[in-house]
Each structure stands twice: as C-alpha cells, then as structure tokens.
Write a protein that binds this ligand. Structure first.
Ligand code: GLY
Length: 392
C-alpha cells in the first residue's frame, strides 16, 4: 500500500515535470519554425532576448539533444523530423579542431539521434568528429587540450600553454562511441589516457577538483592548477564538480574500471557533505563563494549531478538507493515553481537560475540550454529505471 502511494507520488512529479518541459520546448520549436531558419537557442541575454548560437558553439548540441529526449519521453512522432533537422544543421561542426567541445556538440545531437532513429549515416559523422577531437591530443602529457591559447580570446591572456578543464571529461563519451562504431581502438585509448591523467592531476585529497590544469606539452609536466569560471583556484566550482561526477561515471560505464566510479562517488560525497550544500540539493555556483548564503545557485550543476546520480544508482554501489533519493530530491526541487519557469516565460527555457560564468560576468542567474538538456536526460533515466531498463 505504502509502496503504491510512493510510486504514485513519483509519477505525479515526473509527469508534471515532463508536461511542463514539453509545453515550454514546444513554444520554442514554434518560434524556431516560424523563423524559417535552424536557429539554436542557448540562453537569455540581460536584455531579455534569446541568444541563438552557431554550430561551432560548445552549447549547440544541447537543444537538438533536448528535442531527442523529449521525443523519447513523450513518443510524440512530430518531434522526430524536428530533432533530425536541428541535429543535421550541426554537421559542419564535425571538422572543428579549435576547441575540445566537439564531443558535447556531436554526441548530444548525433549520438542521441543515432540511438533513437537508427540513421546509420550519423555514424560516419560521429567518427569524423572523434578524429577531429583527437587532433588535440598531446602524447607526452597524455591529455586532450581544451582551449587554444593563441588569438584574441580571453584564454590567450592567461599565459597557459596547454590548458585542460575538468569539463573535458564529458567529451570522452564521443571517443568511446567512435571506437564502438568504427572498431578503431585509438579513440578508446586516447579517452582512457585523458581520464587517467586527469584523475591523477585534477583532484584534491578531499575529492573536489580544480577547474583548469595547464600542462607543458613539450615535457608533459603540470605547470599550474587554476580556475577560469570558479571563485578561486582553490575553490570548488560547482559545475566543475558536476562534470567530474558525470564524466567519471560515464568512464566507468564505458570501461568497467572501478577507479573511475570511485572518483565519481568521492566527488559527489564531497558535494553532498559540504557544509555549504543547501538542503534542497541545488548547489551555489561555487561552494566557496564568499556571498554564501546569499550566493546564486547554479541549476545547471544540479541537473548534471541528478542525471549522473540516476546512473550511479543502477550500479552495484553501497547504499545504491541513496543516490536515487538524492537525485529525486534535486529533480523535485527543479520541477517546483522555484526553478521551473512559467509557460512562455524565461525565454521559453524550462529551468531558471543557472550561472554561466560569474568571473566573466556572463549568463549570471540565467536559463541555460544545458541545464534543460541534463534535466530531460535525468527525467529519461528516472523513467528508464522505473521501467526496469538497464542504464543508460
Ligand atoms: N564547459 C563550459 C562550462 O561548463 O561552462
């Protein structure tokens, strides 16, 4: 009896969350279709305008990916050609070699597309994109360079030689996929090399991670440990912690190597037990932000963490149920009116109150398409678990 009512309660918040998400994304789809172009929404500017990006932007895969998840969750077949169209508008990004985020771009769009539509022509694009990503691999250091340090960008001003950010763990999923699709183990080996070196260099004893490690590509040694988007070099930038939790969980899935799962759990427990973690599970943008308890929250960090925790809950871990419970807590909070935008507001993004980068005064307390993407992915993972499907 108790079990049945618990399940009913779960179904209620999940159903409501999905209904809101579908309604909001449908409004954005109407806007895109009315424009007659394949515009790709990212965030809302301080002036209240939706910012649309080009395929080369690191966030270009998230909206197409969200439409794929919505299609998967609702089985609404009208979404299928739209998801395909938005995905295929990104094709030219497959040759991108000037930053590392091609993994995010191609895997969230084409990766989901291949999984859900079986369009075999997507395989070639994914493998080509993985090759582009591998051009950034430095053998001596054993890592994939995240950002270029030449040119006019702010990265060039920092004096780095070969910066690697923790976010880069997310790009490895494309490499694991490319080995499965092509049979070429080079991609897998590069992914493992990057994951191993990052594991060694990027984490602190307490389980938290640095944002940026700068390597010397000539001798492979670490030059500096710093931050770009966090409060301080030594602080715990929340989205970075979320990328680490998600990235190492994914590496465990792809390799079966327990040390990756152990790191994901260690970083998660650092966050969970942090004295500054709010009781609703939505982290401050940086867990050491001086304005705490008045610091801004970062909803994107919360949704990335929730998605990873659902995956962790399916593995053979001590107190597996506690990861599910924590993810549910985050998701129910995100699904509440505190974080879910009223229909038609918030630039037609689902979730409010994310933080792009406070040090760059960019996307401060704004909606972000990747917060929505991982929220939908978490809803899908929750739904899969309820149906007894294996992760992910
Ligand atoms: N990957 C960039 C960010 O998390 O802001």
């Amino acid at each position: 009896m108790q079990c049945a009512s618990l399940k009913q309660k779960t179904n209620l918040w999940c159903e409501k969350a999905l209904k809101n998400a579908k309604a909001q994304i449908s409004l954005e789809i109407d806007t895109i279709e009315a424009s007659g172009k394949c515009i790709n929404p990212v965030t809302l500017t301080p002036e209240g305008k939706v910012y649309y990006c080009q395929p080369e932007d690191w966030r270009s895969g998230f909206f197409p990916g969200s439409v794929w998840y919505l299609y998967e969750l609702t089985k609404d077949t009208t979404l299928l050609p739209l998801a395909q169209k938005y995905t295929e508008a990104l094709e030219r990004a497959k040759t991108l070699t000037w930053h590392h985020d091609i993994g995010f771009i191609i895997n969230c769009s084409y990766g989901n597309g291949l999984r859900l539509s079986g369009k075999t022509e997507y395989k070639k694009i994914m493998v080509e994109a993985a090759k582009s990503l591998c051009t950034r691999f430095h053998k001596k250091a054993g890592i994939i360079q995240s950002w270029d340090v030449t040119g006019k960008g702010w990265q060039a001003q920092r004096g780095w030689k070969c910066p690697v950010i923790i976010d880069n763990m997310m790009n490895l999923e494309l490499l694991f996929e490319a080995t499965k699709l092509s049979g070429d183990s080079t991609f897998y080996k590069i992914a493992v090399s990057h994951a191993d070196r990052t594991l060694k260099e990027q984490f602190r004893k307490d389980g938290s991670c640095y944002h940026v490690i700068d390597y010397n590509p000539e001798n492979g040694k670490v030059r500096r440990r710093e931050t770009a988007q966090g409060y301080a070099d030594s602080s715990a930038w929340s989205r970075g912690q979320a990328w680490a939790i998600y990235g190492y969980t994914m590496c465990y899935r792809e390799t079966g190597n327990k040390k990756y799962l152990d790191q994901a759990l260690k970083t998660f427990h650092f966050m969970k037990k942090h004295p500054h973690m709010p009781t609703d599970g939505i982290p401050y943008w940086d867990m050491d932000a001086p304005e705490i308890p008045n610091a801004l929250r970062d909803v994107s960090a919360a949704s990335i963490m929730a998605s990873a925790l659902y995956e962790i809950s399916t593995y053979n871990v001590v107190e597996g149920g506690s990861y599910m419970e924590y993810a549910d807590k985050i998701m129910q909070t995100l699904a509440s009116t505190k974080y879910t935008a009223p229909l038609g507001k918030n630039g037609r993004f689902i979730l409010m109150h994310s933080v792009g980068s406070i040090p760059h005064n960019s996307e401060v307390d704004a909606p972000l398409n990747y917060a929505d993407y991982y929220y939908l992915e978490a809803l899908k993972r929750k739904s899969d678990i309820e149906k007894g499907k294996k992760q992910p």
